[in-house]
Design a protein around this ligand. Structure first.
Ligand SMILES: [Zn+2]
Length: 477
């Protein structure tokens, strides 16, 4: 029996405003617990929330980048529940009139691109953070009240890989907008998933489970793959799937049901009485639209079109906004029409240096000019690819230009044919046995002689040229 997976994702993104959603407390990460709190975000009686204008602007910006319809009339609602990290015992959120609906994201699948619908985007406030220790739990309210954007997809994702692509595309867009760090480790991006199975071609949805506690995109992918397998094994045996929330355990790569069964939770939503509904004018939307920069997909298409890059190369180069700007600066300044040799250096040695140093291409301290100079040395055959990679490492470590390093270490290869002719002649004369072997058809004798030329020149001969000269001399002898 073939089953099809139906997946919906709910993503929470912290917006990086300087102050919280409804008060003036700082949103800075990592400070002393409970040092960034006030009467409003601690929910003292009589305190009144005031909406952070920038949080709303950021939310509109994201919604527009996700192709959503922004609703002119919107309001906040109270979502009532008790939890120790929620000082007010309710969260200010949006329920029946969310900020935006009907958006979409295009993702790449194996064969084509696919459109995943976005059901709604709404603004709410974050809760505090619980820290569990051996026999006690602590609470830090610094996070309580930080603006949070909830982005809910339609259940139109059909595989763990598609979920991964959706998250990657969403994260990139938001990073390009510079409204969130989207750092899953710091919790500024969080993702829950709903998944159910149905027989291929069936219209009705199966019973779904909700997955929580995934701390990376890979964890989302792994948790979904596990859950799809678990559910399909139940269905094959004709056993029912229970509707429940399950937690992903990263260490043993399994999902487990949560202790509490809260699927029929009633949050008693009602309009937030302290914040009147408000209107978002078309003028405001148009203004924000103008501030949206070129987004990753557009940039990729432009790189392919303007610089004749392959889709593969362009995809790597646009993965971060700053790296994309750096790469474009290099590509523009590169004198040759064919950009491939330079691009190979960007996505090859330079990118691996960046990855090793947990940095970006843009902040390795290598200027576009220096990188182009280095690639020039290789292209002219003056230094080998291997030598150039070592020079690059030194450029980063010592903040020196390639010319300085190459001159100081005397690294230029002997590519002058007349110099190499002399050395080749010597080597052949000194190794009569190898000459004989070669002429009797033992071709690997040639490589031995190339090795001797390299030895004599302390590895500075251009090996390709040395081989050509030796071969010609032996063939004509
Ligand atoms: Zn506060």
């Amino acid at each position: 029996m073939n089953y099809e997976a139906v997946i919906g994702l709910e993503v929470h993104v912290q917006l990086k405003t300087k102050t919280k959603t409804f008060c003036g407390c700082s949103t800075e990460f990592g400070n002393t617990p409970n040092s960034q709190v006030c009467a409003v975000c601690l929910g003292f009686p009589g305190s009144l929330p005031v909406l952070n204008r920038l949080a709303l602007d950021y939310a509109i910006k994201v919604a527009l980048a996700l192709n959503c319809k922004i609703h002119e009339f919107t309001k906040f609602d109270r979502k009532n529940y008790f939890y120790p990290d929620l000082p007010k015992n309710y969260q200010i959120s949006q329920y029946e009139l969310p900020l935006a609906t009907q958006g979409f994201i295009e993702i790449k699948t194996n064969i084509e691109s696919k459109r995943i619908g976005i059901r709604r985007v709404h603004l709410e406030e974050d809760a505090g953070k619980l820290i569990h220790q051996e026999d006690l739990s602590l609470v830090d309210f610094n996070r309580a009240g930080i603006p949070l954007l909830e982005i809910v997809s339609e259940p139109e994702i059909n595989s763990p890989q598609e979920a991964y692509e959706y998250l990657l595309s969403l994260k990139r867009k938001i990073e390009y907008l510079e409204v969130s760090d989207c750092d899953m480790e710091k919790g500024s991006l969080r993702c829950d998933a709903n998944v159910s199975l149905r027989k291929s071609g069936a219209k009705d949805l199966g019973t779904k489970t909700e997955l929580k506690n995934m701390n990376s995109f890979k964890a989302v992918k792994d948790a979904l793959a596990f859950e799809i397998k678990r559910q399909s094994e139940l269905l094959v045996k004709n056993r029912p799937v229970t509707q429940e929330t399950r937690l992903w355990d990263e260490k043993i790569q399994r999902t487990f049901p949560m202790r509490t069964k809260e699927e029929a939770q009633d949050y008693r939503y009602f309009p937030e009485p302290d914040l009147p509904p408000f209107l978002i004018t078309q003028d405001k939307i148009d203004q924000i639209k103008k501030t949206i920069p070129e987004l990753p997909e557009e940039k990729k298409l432009r790189f392919i079109r303007d610089y004749s890059l392959s889709e593969y190369d362009a995809t790597i180069l646009i993965s971060s906004k700053k790296d994309a700007s750096f790469a474009e600066e290099c590509i523009k300044a590169y004198p040759d029409k064919d950009k491939k040799p330079l691009v190979n250096w960007l996505i090859g040695p330079l990118l691996s240096e960046a990855n090793n140093r947990k940095s970006g291409l843009w902040n390795l301290g290598v200027s576009p000019r220096d990188l182009i100079e280095l690639v020039g040395f290789v292209q002219r055959g003056e230094i080998s690819h291997l030598t150039a990679k070592a020079v690059l490492t030194e450029m980063i470590d010592m903040r020196k230009s390639p010319r300085e390093i190459i001159n100081a270490k005397n690294l230029i290869q002997i590519s002058d044919a007349s110099d190499l002719e002399k050395i080749a002649e010597e080597v052949i004369r000194e190794n009569p046995k190898s000459k004989e072997d070669y002429q009797r058809g033992k071709t690997n004798a040639l490589m031995f002689l190339v090795g001797q030329v390299m030895k004599k020149t302390k590895n500075k001969a251009n090996p390709k040229l040395a081989q050509e000269i030796l071969k010609r001399r032996l063939d004509n002898a």
